[in-house]
Design a protein around this ligand. Structure first.
Ligand SMILES: *Cc1c(COP(=O)(O)O)cnc(C)c1O
Length: 412
């Protein structure tokens, strides 16, 4: 299989190119950089993200609810746009909960997950009417106490640590010893306690892993999730109103990776829905996705400061790097470092090409955006674009490291 080179990655991203300059939201990148006023910056394209969500919803069976996992990209303007496109938000902190509520999403369509919730976060969620995804017995007891103090009944679901693993996931988050959720075997006892504490039970949450590009593996995990939830629901104090089976849909980043087979995933979801409707017709099935919705609609843009030669290799030294885009540097959970798709945004196809390493301004060899990659020959002032950067970019990066100014973010 031919490796995907830079121009093909552009095609993969569906950003058009006009006279060798990348277009975002119909604006030339060079013009956008002028408007933003300085580099580096992140830019997210509204139409790309909206099309992604609409296409997904058209492909999925009717009746499935789609939630956006805010942690993938919590930029307030983007979250606000998402509020009009999805059925709910999943948040992972009090801060994200505030962004979600500010975006106008009704509290009863927001759920709060995370293995370590502070009392203050629990109090805010209960007071606002946000659904708590309980991750331990201890958290259940704290939620009940806080509900008592507020004179309110907390709405809760139980996050289950499944007794199976998601195959081929980029990052596993279920099966075996985990800090997430409650071991499936302990859930029946927890549910008995939940009744005694007077909590308002809504259902279950399972999340097996992320960045999965295998439709078969996703479908199997979803089927096992529904089966496990139906078994656990027999111990529940009230009918299961919702079942959130996660998602973990991946996007291709590296040469040789192929986009997820969405129709195959949708078939699997339809089977899950049938299984659920036969056994528990009133349960709402929820998918929660982050990366799949936003990753491909965003880019990171930095500027070449210097060209440097060292021992026969050419380095492009830029004003952007690891401190602003940890994932592209290969230090956000990757086992083997691979280059993210990178292009010179104002010389996408044309001109001579050369093999270069793109590095940032930090005093560490880890600050690498592209390792010996073939790119259009670039000069100081040219724009280096890291594609597939709409998810786990800025907020997943150590921006305080070395004290450079934080990059800007725009939604175009
Ligand atoms: C991180 C996370 C998500 C989003 O994962 P993506 O890979 O971005 O889709 C969804 N649910 C939970 C519980 C998470 O922790």
């Amino acid at each position: 299989m031919a490796p995907l080179d830079a121009p093909q990655h552009v095609a993969l991203n569906q950003f058009p190119v006009l006279e060798d300059v990348l277009l975002l939201g119909g604006i030339r990148l060079t013009r956008l950089a002028e408007r933003v006023g300085r580099t580096p910056f992140y830019a997210y394209e509204r139409s790309h993200i909206a099309t992604r969500v609409v296409t997904l919803r058209q492909t999925l069976p009717e009746g499935v609810h789609l939630h956006y996992a805010v942690k993938a990209n919590p930029m307030p303007a983007l979250v606000q746009m998402m509020a009009g496109l999805v059925d709910g938000f999943d948040v992972a902190s009090g801060g994200e909960m505030k962004v979600a509520l500010d975006a106008g999403m009704p509290a009863d369509c927001i759920s709060l997950a995370g293995p370590g919730k502070r009392d203050e976060e629990l109090r805010c969620a209960v007071a606002a009417g946000v659904l708590l995804h309980l991750e331990s017995e201890g958290e259940m007891e704290r939620a009940a106490r806080i509900g008592g103090e507020l004179g309110m009944v907390p709405r809760v679901a139980v996050r289950v640590n499944p007794d199976f693993e998601l195959k081929l996931a980029g990052m596993k988050m279920g099966g075996g010893p985990r800090q997430f959720g409650v071991d499936a075997a302990r859930v029946p006892a927890m549910l008995r306690q939940l009744v005694l504490l007077g909590l308002d039970f809504h259902g279950f949450h399972l999340f097996c892993g992320a960045q999965n590009l295998s439709a078969a593996a996703i479908c199997e995990a979803q089927r096992l999730s529904v089966q496990l939830a139906l078994r656990l629901a027999e111990h529940a104090p009230a009918p299961m109103r919702m079942l959130n089976i996660g998602g973990g849909f991946g996007v291709p980043y590296f040469p040789g990776e192929r986009a997820l087979d969405l129709p195959a995933v949708a078939d699997g979801v339809a089977q899950c829905l049938n299984l659920l409707r036969q056994a528990s017709p009133k349960t709402t099935l929820i998918l929660e996705l982050g990366r799949y919705l936003v990753a491909e609609g965003g880019i990171y843009v930095c500027r070449v400061l210097e060209r440097k030669r060292s021992h026969g290799q050419t380095f492009l030294i830029t004003d952007g790097g690891l401190h602003q885009h940890l994932a592209a540097s290969g230090n956000f959970g990757q086992v083997i470092r691979k280059n993210y798709p990178v292009v010179i945004g104002n010389r996408v196809h044309g001109g001579p090409r050369e093999t270069v390493s793109v590095v940032g301004p930090l005093c560490t060899p880890l600050d690498l955006l592209a390792d010996r990659m073939e790119l259009a020959r670039a000069e100081a002032g040219d724009l280096v674009v890291v594609l597939q950067s709409g998810a786990y970019g800025l907020t997943a990066s150590p921006t305080a490291f070395l004290g450079h100014p934080a990059p800007l973010e725009v939604l175009v």
